[in-house]
Design a protein around this ligand. Sequence first.
Ligand SMILES: *Cc1c(COP(=O)(O)O)cnc(C)c1O
Length: 348
Amino acid sequence: MSTWEKNIRKVVPYTPGEQPNEKNMIKLNTNENPYPPSPKVLAAKEDLEQLRLYPDPVAKDLVHALADYHGLSDDQIFVGVGSDDVLAMSFLTFFNSDKPIFFPDITYSFYDVWADLFRIPYETKALNDAFEIEAEDYYPENGGVIFPNPNAPTGLLADLGFVRDVLDHNRDVIVIVDEAYIDFGGESAISLLPGYENLIVVRTFSKSRSLAGLRIGYAMGNPKLIKALNDVKYSYNSYTMNYPSIVLGVESIRDDAYFKETVSKIIATREWFEKELTRLGFTYPKSYSNFVFASHKSVPAREIFEEAKKKHIYVRYFDKPRINQYLRITIGTDEEMKAVVSFLEEIL
Ligand SMILES: *Cc1c(COP(=O)(O)O)cnc(C)c1O
């Protein structure tokens, strides 16, 4: 290997789910929302001439709308290009110790990629047999903690007692709760922010707000942490939030009725779909997200995954230890889920 080659930073990148674009496909592989964004977002009249100018570097309107929505102050909100950007910035800013950070062995598979990229030591903690995160695993000394709640790809929710337990045992490091799916049925850790100045709660517009294509995520935490995040962000790229994202993001926050209506539709479809899965011989942890993580008692997950693809039904399959008999199926519309049930009936 030549010297220049040795000096190149090498990472194994995160591999997102496939993004096929077929006419009559049923796309249930990347947890997108099956409903369109709010009509207010679609009707927003952006002044496209504004694109001539740099956008507001502090994205004040969006930050303010979010702060208002969550009953926080503007200096408690950090916005980024999807929660992936917010999480990456958080790893870079907060996980800066020689001690390993802790996260679950089965979780969002971007965490270990960021840790590798930023050379942050880490240890994964095995979920128990019921796929639950064990609070005690996070008691030993560490360089920081991160977990999604609900967890992905399991869909399992931990209650606030659990989150508080982890926080109480980790007063000296930053604890990040990734709430990508919290709108689908869980209790947010936002209420714990006043009591824990080392807590960061991260959210996204990609799932519950039907805006994966816009790329908006945000972090909430005490002003000192938010300032630290902003300092790192402005040292890297000042204008991450583009002008259309700021305008349309604000419109989305304003239409709370539509947001609540689509989220409850997805929850209702999920409950129906879970019953159908039981009838068909699947088991799954009770989902608190917009997907179900299901395993069939006799048919291998990979086979179902491949057969589904032939029928233009896309679901997610992870060829990894412990979870290679599971499929992660995003909740689509009632119509789409009925088609999935018919397909399953046929092939099983
Ligand atoms: C989808 C997802 C994200 C990233 O979402 P963005 O589209 O980047 O906002 C982050 N964490 C978890 C657990 C997710 O499932």
